[in-house]
Design a protein around this ligand. Structure first.
Ligand code: MG
Length: 395
């Protein structure tokens, strides 16, 4: 088989919301399609991927460097012994002539291609991706399918709400709870203790017995750090997310040593190198803390398996691995690799919100899709952008 074309489209998200670090109204994301020469019912089999949200689209890197490099490679270098596309072999080609370290935005571009190649590979095998990943890793499969844990992610700041901000936050949490999420994560600011306590309290009240986690996106003011952690502990939040800047391992270790509640971080580390530094210097606790490395922003499944191996060798459980992003590709990884939880944007009006159309959430659990590949074809709001990329054979 051969890859005939790879196409990227940078999509404006235009979502009127923000966290403590970034706004999403000007944020973009990449939609990607790889087109193979394999035909089913006369149509080429294609693989799709859609970016993680929060790091902008990667069209420049993809078009200028990585897509041409992969398409120029000898086709035999991209296949495994069965003659199917081998995503790990493709990453090796993509990384030719690339220096070590300084990972930057490169891992997200490579990871996006890798994700689309996994979708293609699983479709060619006629299986859902989670089954392909489980088989590749020697994990047991059951005929009845896979049920995985999922938490709802919502409660961003909405500048347009003004004085109704807390009421709006509570309504989002209540909606997530009604949709079946018993664990819900909301954004808080990290600059003012009273504001953050009020925001966490409003979410906890709206969760009606469900668990609330808080995400401060690396913006916790060091001057309020001690009292803030005590307050979040007293409120009994499920975890505090990114209390330190992502690469400040010394501060993270200090926070972990005094935090009465679990600490979650890792979504802004994009490589095994960086995850290893987190493991070595972050002071995190294997019995309670959570690792949120984003798979498709971090070179993809192959790199993530290396990260898993390092953490497991250091005594961590896969249950502590909770990938960032909330996209369908990560859902397959959680289900197929036996990871702790999947993140899902609970607002279904967002194009990237939810799982496959109609998927039910019960007690924060969902059943993995049995559609071949990732199943983007069963998420209509994303397919509006992905489908056109695969329609014409002229690159
Ligand atoms: Mg986060």
């Amino acid at each position: 088989m051969k890859l005939l074309a790879i196409r990227e489209q940078t999509i404006p998200l235009s979502a009127p919301m923000r966290n403590a670090s970034v706004s999403y109204d000007a944020m973009t994301a990449s939609a990607l399609c790889v087109i193979s020469d394999c035909l089913v019912d006369g149509q080429p089999v294609v693989g799709f991927a859609f970016d993680s949200i929060g790091r902008y689209g990667k069209g420049g890197l993809l078009r200028d460097r990585f897509i041409p490099r992969l398409l120029a490679a000898d086709a035999s270098l991209l296949l495994d012994s069965s003659g199917l596309i081998d995503p790990s072999a493709c990453v090796a080609v993509l990384m030719q002539n690339e220096k070590e370290g300084g990972h930057g935005e490169r891992p997200g571009a490579v990871g996006l291609i890798e994700a689309a190649l996994w979708d293609l590979r699983a479709k060619l095998e006629g299986k859902p991706l989670w089954r392909v990943l489980a088989q590749q890793c020697g994990r047991p499969l059951t005929a009845s399918g896979a049920v995985f844990s999922v938490y709802g992610s919502c409660g961003h700041f909405r500048p347009g709400r003004g004085a109704a901000e807390l009421d709006g936050l509570a309504a989002e949490v209540a909606a997530a709870r009604a949709a079946g999420f018993t664990t819900v994560k909301v954004k808080i600011g990290g600059a003012n203790l009273e504001d953050d306590v009020a925001r966490a309290r409003a979410a906890i009240d709206a969760a009606a017995g469900g668990r609330i986690a808080v995400d401060v996106n690396g913006k916790l003011d060091p001057l309020i750090e001690v009292r803030w952690l005590e307050a979040m502990g007293a409120l009994g939040v499920a975890w505090v997310e990114e209390p330190a800047s992502p690469l400040d391992y010394q501060r993270l270790a200090r926070i972990a040593a005094m935090s009465p509640i679990p600490v979650a971080t890792g979504e802004n580390l994009f490589s095994w190198d960086d995850a290893r530094n987190l493991l070595r210097y972050g002071g995190l606790r294997p019995d309670r803390d959570l690792i949120q490395v984003d798979i498709s922003l971090s070179y993809g499944i192959g790199e993530y398996l290396r990260i898993l191996e390092s953490f497991e060798s250091a005594g961590w459980s896969r249950r502590a691995m909770v990938p960032h992003a909330g996209h369908l590709f990560a859902a397959h990884a959680v289900a197929g690799l036996g990871l702790g939880m999947h993140e899902s944007a609970s607002d279904l009006s967002l194009a990237f919100g939810g799982l496959w159309d109609g998927t039910e959430i019960t007690e924060s659990c969902a059943k993995a899709s049995e559609a071949p590949g990732v199943g983007f074809e069963f998420k209509s709001r994303l397919m509006q952008w992905l489908r056109p990329l695969g329609e014409s054979l002229s690159p």
